[in-house]
Design a binder for this molecule. Structure first.
Ligand code: ADP
Ligand code: ZN
Ligand code: ZN
Length: 745
């Protein structure tokens, strides 16, 4: 006896299931949940020979196929639909990135929800031992060993354990009920919806800093648009006080009873960053990072979806966190490459943040010392408010880059004599030095001095990197490893030598040169253990003279107040790369690294070694800084008709069979061009051409590029191409994906 709207009429459910197929599947509706069938409910459905968890997208009276042919839904997993804002974002993402909806929903759900675990309701149910439970003799449960184990587990959680946590450990509700019936455990319910107390008095754990003029102007602009879509680019050098502006924007948002979502780059979600937020605010802060267990992740998701957590901070995938009362979205280091997912669903979290803020009609704050050319372009057109912080909130002006010509100079561990001298002087003055080298390992490769053989990867067009700790040859593109050869595999000579320098070799050289100070190496290899990086940085923050050698892990997020000299071992990598974005990305990185210098009471120096000291881009960066170079790069992009003045999509094809990719690439290109000539879409199709590293991870890589002046046109062509590939049997033997707004070519 339902009184929900016409529940009897719904007979067919259109369901998005996790498959690479770009279509939905109809199922026969079975017994509905109490509130009736609605879009957004998770269901378990038969799919092929398995059962999968899908999401209801539409409820109908009739499907396209005869009703009798439809398989019934096996089970409805939810009482209420998944959050509406989250569903909207998934639909938007699937459409924009031309990705299957079922897979998009699947990727955007916490793992436990993908697996069909229940969403906790409005109350949080917890289980505790009773007095007799604590005193219980396990002999009593001899015949129920799982109950005995459950009792033992609960004994370890004196403050109670949520039902979900119990189920996640593989126990059942029946076991809980049995223990309850025996009087050994008891159930407690705490409300989940308790919203944070919006009274500002309870909000702050420490007072906000008095702002300088520029910060205050930025904040008042933000305050003026709290109720509307209000995109702003907060553009200020490292240390200019951007984070303080974020914190005070969040304060205003939370004081109005709303939630703030903060996205940070992978490298930026450090315990230091979190500590700064947690000191400032007394309200719950949910942090979404890779160290969470599946269970913690689900808890965080629910805390955000229910509104219990006023502040949510996380890396790329946190953009898919539902919010009950969205109030602002902040993207820190908005130019950072880690916001783009480079496989599967190739979304860009910053771009989705823009879409989401627009949908919610809330302010969007993109912050960076080195904004992406896209965001600068938006700011210059007036799409975004351009908020500038030109001074460091405290202390010194940012250091200029000094170019050091490496040509004709001897190198030790990659460093030339004048740089070694400068390092010695800085250490002698009692300061710290940071040496940035964008290569981990001992040396970029191993070479035979007798015949010229170079260690190369069998699975990639790439050299193997020589590592000493432990000794081996490793490919940084496919992770394959090889033992060090005793002799040259080509000529048998034993004269094998490392070629070039990586972090390990620079560390070794510096340790030999400056034996009286410690050398800390910071790269992916030295920080595999989770707390290793934090321990090293804590040591560095004590301020004793020392040397830091590291990769871009050192470039961002960490405050290193005692570093007075930054050395960039080689600035040339991005200068002449084939990828049109390489220069933008490498200069952003240089500026970020340079920003580490001179944050303390002494001005810093930044020495940049190069073989191309007269390169005009590098000179411009050194003499006038990133902003001037960015203006120039934008002009070059405009002239070359490249993003942000044009929109691109890249069809990526890969297969172990060279012929399979070349044939498919050629056919796809021909078919698309034929389709395009019949229409006047003004979409160009270039290629297919081999990818920059054609042979990689044991596969051939080929790409077809689409370009258009209008985004909608590009999407039309992309959609057609995807449809063509899906209906082409030859495409099943090739892995393919369409990358909308590719960040790397
Ligand atoms: P950014 O995020 O731009 O790198 P931060 O917000 O981290 O800059 O600020 C850099 C340093 O300056 C921090 O130690 C911060 O506490 C301090 N700071 C920021 N704003 C102010 C201010 N208005 N008054 C005093 N100190 C400030
Ligand atoms: Zn040889
Ligand atoms: Zn490889």
């Amino acid at each position: 006896m339902h009184d929900s709207p016409t529940p009897g009429a719904i007979r067919v459910l259109r369901v998005a299931v996790p498959t690479p197929l770009r279509r939905l599947f109809d199922y026969r509706a079975t017994a509905p949940p109490a509130a009736g069938w609605q879009p957004g409910l998770r269901v378990r459905v038969p799919f092929g020979r398995r059962q999968v968890v899908g999401v209801v997208v539409a409820c109908r009276e009739q499907g396209e196929r005869p009703f009798g042919e439809l398989k019934p839904v096996a089970e409805c997993l939810d009482e209420t639909p998944l959050p509406a804002d989250w569903l909207w974002l998934c639909h938007f993402t699937a459409r924009y990135y031309q990705h299957p909806l079922g897979d998009t929903l699947h990727q955007a759900l916490p793992v436990l929800l993908r697996q069909g675990r229940p969403l906790a309701g409005r109350v949080r149910e917890q289980w505790l031992l009773t007095d007799s439970g604590r005193a219980a003799d396990t002999q009593r449960l001899k015949r129920a060993p799982r109950q005995a184990e459950l009792l033992a587990m609960l004994a370890q959680h004196p403050h109670g354990l949520a039902t979900q946590a119990v189920l996640a450990q593989g126990f059942t509700r029946e076991q809980l009920k049995a223990l309850d019936a025996k009087g050994l455990v008891t159930r407690r319910e705490t409300p989940r919806t308790a919203a944070a107390d919006p009274a500002a008095a309870h909000l702050l754990g420490e007072p906000a800093l008095p702002l300088n003029g520029e910060q205050a102007a930025a904040l008042s602009t933000l305050h003026a648009g709290l109720e509307t879509f209000h995109p702003c680019l907060l553009h200020g050098v490292t240390g200019s006080g951007k984070t303080e502006v974020y914190l005070q924007l969040i304060e205003a948002v939370v004081a109005r009873g709303r939630q703030a979502l903060v996205l940070v780059p992978e490298i930026g979600l450090t315990p230091q960053t979190l500590a700064r937020f947690r000191h400032r605010f007394q309200v719950p802060i949910v942090a979404l990072h890779s160290g969470l267990t599946d269970h913690e992740r689900l808890d965080a998701w629910e805390a955000a979806a229910s509104g219990r957590a006023p502040i949510v901070i996380g890396t790329r995938s946190a953009i898919f966190t539902p919010l009950a009362r969205p109030g602002a979205i902040i993207v820190d280091e908005e130019h950072d490459g880690s916001f783009k997912q480079q496989e599967g669903l190739r979304y860009h979290a910053r771009d989705l943040a823009v879409a989401r803020a627009q949908r919610h009609a809330v302010p969007l704050l993109l912050g960076s010392a080195t904004p992406s050319l896209e965001s600068l372009h938006h700011a210059s057109r007036g799409d975004y408010r351009h908020l500038r912080l030109t001074r460091r909130a405290t202390r010194h002006a940012p250091a200029r880059l000094e170019l050091v010509d490496m040509r004709g100079r001897p190198r030790q561990g990659g460093l030339v004599p004048p740089v070694l001298t400068a390092i010695g002087e800085t250490l002698a003055a009692g300061h710290q030095v940071l040496v940035f080298i964008n290569r981990r390992g001992f040396a970029p490769t191993l070479a035979c001095h007798a015949c010229g053989w170079l260690a190369e990867c069998d699975h990639c067009d790439a050299r193997l990197t020589l590592h000493r700790q432990p000794p081996l040859l490793a490919c940084h593109h496919c992770d394959s490893r090889r033992a060090l050869p005793d002799a040259c595999p080509a000529c048998g000579s034993a004269d094998l030598r490392p070629l070039g320098s990586g972090t390990e070799r620079t560390e070794e050289t510096l340790a030999a040169h400056f034996p009286e100070v410690p050398v800390h190496r910071i790269d992916r290899d030295s920080t595999r253990r989770r707390d290793a990086l934090e321990r090293m940085l804590a040591e560095v923050r004590r301020g004793e003279p020392c040397l830091l050698v590291g990769t871009q892990m050192l470039a961002k997020g960490h405050h290193l107040p005692h570093v007075a000299l930054v050395v960039v071992v080689n600035a040339d990598a991005g200068l002449y790369a084939s990828d049109f974005r390489a220069l933008e990305h490498s200069t952003q990185l240089l500026e970020q690294v340079a920003g580490r210098a001179g944050r303390a009471s002494h001005p810093g120096r930044v020495l940049v070694q190069t073989l191309h000291g007269d390169d005009p881009h590098l000179r411009m960066l050194a003499e006038y800084g990133y902003d001037a170079l960015a203006d120039q790069l934008l002009e070059e992009r405009r002239a070359a008709r490249l993003p942000p003045f044009r929109f691109l999509a890249l069809l990526r094809l890969e297969s172990p069979q060279e012929a399979a990719v070349t044939d498919l690439g050629r056919h796809a290109g021909e078919a698309l061009r034929a389709w395009l000539t019949d229409r006047e879409l003004n979409v160009d199709c270039l290629g297919p051409v081999p990818a920059p590293m054609e042979w990689r991870q044991g596969r051939y890589h080929l790409q077809l590029m689409l370009g258009a002046d209008k985004r909608s046109r590009l999407h039309e062509a992309g959609a057609w191409l995807v449809g063509w590939l899906e209906s082409n049997p030859a495409a099943r033997r090739v892995r393919w994906s369409l990358d909308i707004d590719p960040q790397t070519l």
